[in-house]
Design a protein around this ligand. Structure first.
Ligand SMILES: *[C@@H]1O[C@H](CO)[C@@H](O)[C@H](O)[C@H]1NC(C)=O
Ligand SMILES: *[C@@H]1O[C@H](CO)[C@@H](O)[C@H](O)[C@H]1NC(C)=O
Ligand SMILES: *[C@@H]1O[C@H](CO)[C@@H](O)[C@H](O)[C@H]1NC(C)=O
Length: 273
């Protein structure tokens, strides 16, 4: 009896083992603000590509910013969404700790082999006022979105970050497209360097303090040289729901592992019989 069940149990074990480890559709289902972007990812099949990749960052926009994407031709939409998938893991800590003023991120679109003029790259630039901006990698393209917050993170597999607007390179469609968000005003570097701001900008200050942008919960008293309040658009504090989601997923993973262990023991018992 138990012996007959053995193949069935082993099959169940196989079904239970997660192949890719994450499901972007399921992650975003917990956040109604991103339901439009989530359905666009599914519709365009870019979600499947995200789930196949191991170390990835997905830039998402909320429903008000995603509406404009819905009107794109399906082929263009797929390209645009692929530009929002960075082929590396950047959560809020990692993206805030990038030292260089500008960094190029390689995106999923670059892997299609059809990206021209650096369209497969994102220009990530830390603005003098502390905002983190994104633009197309196309030479001379404007910065068109800013970092808003971390939505979800599974170190070091997948991170989901909200940005203010979709990044759509001007040349991606044959027809000119309307802007997808308000322009990002890049304020010039302050001409009169005051001691405090220049301190905050210097890499040494970053190295000394744990993270200039992080909430100061860990340090009892702020250091004398620490910068003032965080930039307004830069809400890093994790929402309670974020933690809940993590917990749910962890316990689910734990349950799956427990079930798997149970099956192994049952299988072993069956072999002994
Ligand atoms: C991902 O999650 C969605 C929604 O829960 C589900 O419909 C889909 O089948 C899942 N995809 C995979 C590959 O498991
Ligand atoms: C990235 O954007 C910034 C701001 O527009 C620009 O100064 C910089 O040259 C861009 N980087 C590259 C490599 O094009
Ligand atoms: C990350 O992916 C690896 C390989 O698929 C998996 O073993 C690990 O559990 C994943 N980690 C998380 C936090 O999902």
């Amino acid at each position: 009896m138990a012996i007959k069940l053995l193949p069935f149990l082993l099959l169940l074990l196989l079904i239970n083992s997660p192949a890719a480890g994450h499901n972007i559709t399921r992650i975003l289902e917990g956040f109604p603000d991103f339901s439009t972007f989530n359905s666009l990812l599914t519709q365009s099949t870019v979600a499947n590509e995200i789930n196949r990749r191991q170390t990835i960052t997905v830039l998402v926009v909320d429903n008000s910013a995603a509406g404009a994407l819905s009107s794109l031709d399906s082929d263009i939409l797929k390209r645009v969404l692929a530009i929002h998938v960075i082929l590396d893991y950047y959560d809020k800590d990692k993206i805030h700790s990038l030292r260089r003023k500008s960094t190029f991120f390689t995106t999923l679109y670059q892997t299609t082999g059809v990206a021209e003029n650096n369209m497969g790259f994102l220009n990530f630039t830390r603005l003098p006022d502390g905002r983190l901006a994104f633009g197309s990698g196309v030479h001379g393209a404007p910065l068109s979105a800013t970092y808003v917050k971390q939505v979800a993170a599974r170190p070091y597999n997948i991170s989901v970050l909200q940005i203010s607007a979709a990044v759509v390179p001007a040349g991606i469609a044959d027809v000119p497209l309307a802007p997808f968000g308000p322009p990002i005003n890049v304020l010039p570097e302050p001409t009169v360097p005051a001691p405090a701001p220049s301190d905050a900008e210097s890499p040494d200050a970053d190295a000394a303090a744990p993270d200039a942008d992080a909430p100061a919960a860990d340090s009892p008293a702020p250091a004398a040289g620490s910068p003032g309040p965080a930039p307004a658009g830069d809400s890093d504090a994790p929402a309670p729901s974020e933690d809940d989601t993590e917990d749910d997923d962890m316990s689910l993973a734990g349950r799956v592992a427990d079930v798997g262990a149970g099956f192994i023991m049952m299988a072993a018992a069956a072999l002994l019989l």
